[in-house]
Design a protein around this ligand. Structure first.
Ligand code: MN
Ligand code: MN
Length: 448
């Protein structure tokens, strides 16, 4: 407790670096929820001892049999694979006659600080489903040869009234986040009696290159995300900066944990949900009955009598870690943390008995008996960990999928690495906190 993870794991430096490298490859690729599922399905292609329940390619349950029967309960590690981003609107492409620019209308997803997303290179990644049902995978902006897109910001010289006088939240209104996608035009086209042509020209390019028509944007999930790969941060290279650590870092650590766990005693499941960043609603979110459905499919797979009562009993006896990130102490903004209970970068996985806001509203609040069991497992296995809360009591707060697991009777606790700059386009994590999280989930799967 409250010791550096680097000290506790001083014999594991190579393992930490190898794990960090694998993670950086993953997080540089997995910039959408669908890509996380694709990555996992690909890794499990030749593995026989895993049973998968795939929810529309956007949420997934990965099951591994244990020595104990299902009726004794399952060990779940649950995380979410969606991340804050900016989506394209259904009717998106337009041009502006005065500026002669072509743009795309967008609608942000999840809690973003909009000012962080302007004036930086952005990629478009996602899926377009044509009317005939065929889907087209789109990725533009990730290859060095690709063009990128951007939200252009206003120059400081002219921002005095329309930006500087406003609050931070109001300075970039959502409807001004229109993605810059083109400018090419010829004078003769302008004079054409059909009028200004940049939009048609851009739509022709999109049609020729991707086979996508304007109406196809209606049945598309195209996500505007920060362009480029994960990077090591600091002279000491002790940290990783990337888009989407929240919560793909826990998804990756949990997945590797179940892959590497030795001689499973308990039946084990990694649950990866979509839609956490917008409240866990929708049929791929944790508030849906996907947990119940996946558990029933697992019971059926094991030839157990899967009915309403046996399902309830399995879940009631189960235990879970809700694997999600928390907020590391930021040296510039100490006033929002209560430092005795705030996670420190590099001190290992942060264990949160409860999340929520104010008087623990919206919190799962794990039972003392269950917290005791978890710290015992981690101490026994030399896992760097630290107790934590999310900021000062009345400062703000946040929730996780924990409450959606515990309502089925599952003992649940929150634990994950602490980040700097959570929800920003470049979130920072310590390599040793990443590795500690992997160890924490792995030994949870291994221990009695
Ligand atoms: Mn999260
Ligand atoms: Mn989040």
């Amino acid at each position: 407790m409250k010791k550096s993870g680097w000290t506790l794991l001083k014999d594991k430096k190579q393992d930490i670096e190898h794990f960090a490298k694998d993670y950086m490859d993953f997080i540089s690729f997995a910039k959408t929820e669908r890509r996380v599922v694709d990555y996992i399905l690909n890794k499990l292609k030749d593995k026989k001892d895993f049973f998968i329940v795939n929810n529309r390619g956007k949420a997934i349950a990965i099951y591994r049999k244990g020595k104990r029967p299902l009726k004794d309960g399952i060990r779940f590690v649950a995380a979410h694979i969606d991340a804050p981003r900016i989506d394209l609107k259904p009717v998106s492409v337009y041009d502006d006659e005065q500026s002669k620019l072509a743009l795309m209308e967008t609608h942000y997803y999840g809690g973003i600080k909009k000012y962080q997303w302007v004036a930086r290179p952005l990629s478009i990644i996602g899926t377009v489903v044509k009317e005939d049902g065929t889907s087209i995978e789109v990725e533009i902006g990730e290859d060095d040869q690709d063009p990128v897109f951007t939200f252009s910001d206003l120059l400081p010289h002219l921002a005095r009234k329309v930006q500087y006088s406003k609050t931070l939240g109001e300075a970039i209104p959502a409807e001004k986040l229109d993605l810059l996608i083109g400018n090419y035009h010829e004078e003769k086209e302008k004079e054409d009696k059909e009028g200004f042509k940049i939009k048609e020209y851009i739509l022709d390019l999109i049609r020729d290159k991707y086979g996508i028509e304007e109406e196809d944007f209606v049945s598309a999930e195209l996500e505007v995300v920060p362009s480029g790969k994960a990077r090591e941060v600091g002279f000491d290279r002790s940290m990783i900066g990337a888009y989407g650590h929240d919560d793909r870092i826990c998804s990756f650590a949990a997945f590797r944990g179940i892959l590497d766990a030795k001689e499973p005693i308990w039946p084990q499941v990694v649950l990866l949900f979509d839609k956490e960043e917008i409240g866990s609603d929708g049929n791929t979110g944790a508030a849906s009955f996907f947990l119940e459905y996946a558990t029933l499919k697992i019971m059926e797979h094991e030839g157990e009598d899967a009915n309403a009562l046996t399902l309830r009993e399995v879940l009631f006896k189960s235990q879970a870690i809700s694997a999600d990130v928390s907020a590391a102490v930021n040296p510039e903004w100490k006033e929002v943390y209560e430092l005795k209970n705030a996670p420190i970068m590099g001190n290992g996985i942060a264990l949160l008995k409860y999340t929520g806001h104010g008087g623990k509203y919206g919190a799962n609040d794990a039972h003392a008996e269950y917290v005791s069991k978890i710290r015992k497992i981690w101490n026994k296995n030399n896992v760097p960990w630290q107790p934590a809360e999310l900021g000062k009591v009345d400062e703000g707060g946040g929730g996780t999928v924990a409450k959606f697991l515990s309502r089925s009777g599952i003992d649940t606790i929150d634990a994950g690495p602490a980040l700097l700059g959570m929800h920003s386009p470049f979130e920072i994590v310590s390599k040793v906190d990443l590795y500690s999280s992997y160890l924490a989930y792995k030994v949870f799967f291994e221990e009695e």
